[in-house]
Design a protein around this ligand. Structure first.
Ligand SMILES: *Cc1c(COP(=O)(O)O)cnc(C)c1O
Length: 515
C-alpha cells in the first residue's frame, strides 16, 4: 500500500473494506455480516479478515473516549459493511446498564500489575463482553442480507459462553438458542445459572462427556448437510455464538485498545510505551483478540498465554507440536479445560502465510490423529507469544497470596494467569508494565476460591460461601448470583454425545421425535 493511502486511512478519511474468507479455502470472499451469520465456514474452516486494519486514531485521542466510543472506532474498521447507525445502535444496546459500571471494563491495580476486569456484565464472566453485542450484530446481519429464516444459535460451552449466550439471545425475536454443556464439567454456580435460564426460545442440555465432546458434536451438526436441508424446509438456519464466530472476536479486540488508552489517560504509561498482556486461555479467542489489537497498532510487547493443567498450548509454544492426545483434566478453572483450542486455527493460517491448503492439512491431521506439527519457519513467527501453565496447587496458592497481600480476590482463571505471569517475570526478568485479563468474577467459582483462601470453608454451602466471600472481599454480591439463589430449575435435559442431533431436532420440532 502506498504510504499516502496508509496515511489517509490512519486519519480515518478512507476505510478500506475488510472481507472475510475461510482458513481452509480463501477463494470465496464474503462480507462481515455474512461471516457473522454463517458462524463457521461450510468447509469446517474459520472466517478470517483479509487484513487487520490499522487504528484510525492515535492512542492519545482514544484515551479521551468512553468504552462505547472506543468500541465504535475499533469495530467499524472490521465490520465495514455495517452503517454507522447500525453499529452504534448495536453498541448502545450491548454496553448499557447490564454492566454494573460505566467503565464497562475497569482496570484494577494490584501488586503493580493491572487487572482488566472483564466480568462486569450480566453473567459475570468475560464472555459478556462479546455476547452482549453478538445478538444485535446477528439480527442486523440477518436484516442486511434479507434472511427470512429463524436463526438457531447452536453452542457448546465449557461453562461461561453458555450462560452469556443464553442471556444475550433469550427472547430475541427471530432467534432460538440451544446450549450443550458437559454435565460434570462446570461449576455449581455455572450450572445453576444455565438451568434457570428463562425465555421460550432457550434450550439447555447437559451431555455425558467433556467440553471437547460437546464442541466436536456441535461442529458436526453445523456441517450436517441433511440436517441443514431439513431445517431450511422449516424456515430455520444455524449460526454460532461460539468464539469461532468473527462477531465474537471483533468486540474482544476493543477492550485491549481501551485498556491501553486508560493506562495512558491515567499517566501510568507514556504514549508509545509497550505493555505486555497476559490472558488465561482456553479456546484461544481472547488472546487472539489481543494479537489483533497489537496488529492494529496498540503498543503491545509479549502476549503471554496462560494455561491450566490442560497445557496443550504451553507444549505447542515450547515445541511446535500440537498434540491433544493426552488425559483431559477437570480443574478449578473449567472454562480453560480444553484440548482443542479452535481459534488457534486462525493463527496457524496466518503463520502458514495465509495458505489454506497448508492449514487444512494440519487441521485434517488434528481431526484424524489428534495432532499436527508446524514448520520451523512457522514457529519463527510466534515470537510475540510466550506460553506457560499453572497447576492446581500453584493456582490456589496465587489466590491465597494475592488475598493476603492486597485483599483483592482473584477468580481461579485469573489466578492461573497471575501465576503464569510470575513465572514469566522469573524466566525473563522483563519488567514491562503488564495487563492481566481478569476473565471471571470470583463469585462464579466461589467454592474453589474460598477453599484456596482457607480449607475450612469447604464445610459451607454454596450460597453461604457467596455471603462469606462478599464479607471478606468487601465486595457486594453481584446481581447475577443474587438472581439464582432461589430461581427454579427450568432445564433438566441430559443426553449422550451420540444423541445431540436427535435432541436438536426434537427441540426444533422437525423430523422424528428422538427415542
Ligand atoms: C472462556 C473463558 C476463558 C478462555 O477464553 P478463550 O477465549 O476461550 O481462550 C478464560 N476464563 C474464563 C473465565 C472464561 O470464561
Amino acid at each position: 500500500m502506498s504510504s499516502a493511502l496508509h496515511n489517509l486511512q490512519k486519519k480515518g478519511e478512507i476505510t478500506m473494506e475488510v472481507y472475510y474468507s475461510s482458513t481452509r479455502d480463501n477463494s470465496k470472499k464474503i462480507t462481515a455480516s455474512q461471516a457473522i451469520l454463517q458462524g463457521l465456514s461450510a468447509d469446517g474452516g474459520l472466517f478470517v479478515p483479509d487484513h487487520i486494519p490499522a487504528l484510525s486514531h492515535s492512542m492519545k485521542e482514544l484515551a479521551g473516549m468512553s468504552y462505547q466510543e472506543t468500541a465504535y472506532e475499533v469495530m467499524k474498521l472490521f465490520l465495514t459493511d455495517f452503517t454507522e447507525e447500525e453499529l452504534k445502535t448495536c453498541i448502545a444496546r450491548a454496553y448499557d446498564a447490564k454492566f454494573d459500571t460505566d467503565m464497562i471494563a475497569p482496570l484494577v491495580e494490584a501488586e503493580g500489575t493491572y487487572y482488566l476486569e472483564l466480568f462486569h456484565g450480566s453473567t459475570i464472566a468475560f464472555k459478556d463482553m462479546a455476547l452482549s453485542i453478538l445478538p444485535h450484530l446477528m439480527i442486523t446481519s440477518a436484516k442486511k442480507n434479507h434472511v427470512e429464516n429463524e436463526i438457531v444459535i447452536l453452542t457448546a460451552t465449557s461453562g461461561d459462553t453458555g450462560k452469556a449466550a443464553l442471556a444475550g439471545f433469550a427472547n430475541v425475536a427471530g432467534t432460538k438458542i440451544i446450549v450443550f454443556y458437559p454435565k460434570n464439567g462446570v461449576s455449581p454456580i455455572q450450572e445453576k445459572q444455565m438451568v434457570t435460564q428463562k425465555g421460550d426460545n432457550t434450550f439447555v442440555v447437559g451431555i455425558h462427556g467433556n467440553f471437547d465432546d460437546a464442541q466436536t458434536g456441535v461442529k458436526k451438526l453445523f456441517n450436517d448437510k441433511e440436517l441443514a436441508a431439513e431445517m431450511a424446509a422449516h424456515g430455520l438456519q444455524f449460526s454460532s455464538a461460539n468464539s469461532i464466530n468473527i462477531g465474537r472476536l471483533v468486540p474482544q479486540v476493543v477492550y485491549y485498545v481501551y485498556a491501553y488508552a486508560q493506562l495512558l489517560k491515567e499517566g501510568k504509561i507514556t504514549e508509545g510505551e509497550k505493555i505486555n498482556v497476559v490472558v488465561p486461555t482456553g479456546n484461544f479467542g481472547n488472546i487472539l483478540a489481543a494479537f489483533y489489537a497489537k496488529n492494529m497498532g496498540v503498543p503491545i510487547g509479549k502476549l503471554i498465554c496462560a494455561s491450566n493443567e490442560n497445557k496443550v498450548l504451553f507444549d505447542f509454544f515450547q515445541t511446535g507440536d500440537y498434540d491433544r492426545n493426552r488425559e483431559f483434566k477437570l480443574t478449578s478453572s473449567p472454562s480453560m479445560d480444553i484440548l482443542i483450542s479452535s481459534n488457534l486455527e486462525r493463527l496457524i493460517y496466518r503463520i502458514a502465510g495465509s495458505d489454506p491448503l497448508k492449514n487444512a492439512a494440519m487441521m485434517k491431521n488434528l481431526s484424524e490423529q489428534g495432532s499436527y506439527q508446524i514448520t520451523p519457519e512457522m514457529r519463527g513467527q510466534l515470537s510475540d507469544f510466550y506460553g506457560n501453565f499453572a497447576d492446581e496447587q500453584e493456582t490456589a496458592e496465587r489466590i491465597k497470596e494475592m488475598y493476603e497481600n492486597t485483599g483483592y480476590v482473584l477468580d481461579t482463571h485469573t489466578a492461573v494467569a497471575s501465576a503464569v505471569y510470575q513465572k514469566y517475570v522469573a524466566d525473563t526478568k522483563d519488567e514491562t508494565k503488564t495487563v492481566i485479563a481478569s476473565t471471571a468474577s470470583p463469585f462464579k467459582f466461589t467454592r474453589s476460591v474460598m477453599n484456596a483462601i482457607d480449607p475450612k470453608y469447604d464445610a459451607m454451602g454454596d450460597f453461604e460461601l457467596v455471603d462469606e466471600l462478599s464479607r471478606i472481599a468487601n465486595v457486594a454480591v453481584p446481581k447475577a448470583v443474587e438472581e439464582i439463589r432461589t430461581a427454579p430449575i427450568l432445564h433438566d435435559h441430559v443426553c449422550d454425545k451420540t444423541e445431540m442431533k436427535a435432541v436438536v431436532k426434537q427441540f426444533l420440532g422437525i423430523g422424528k421425535e428422538s427415542t
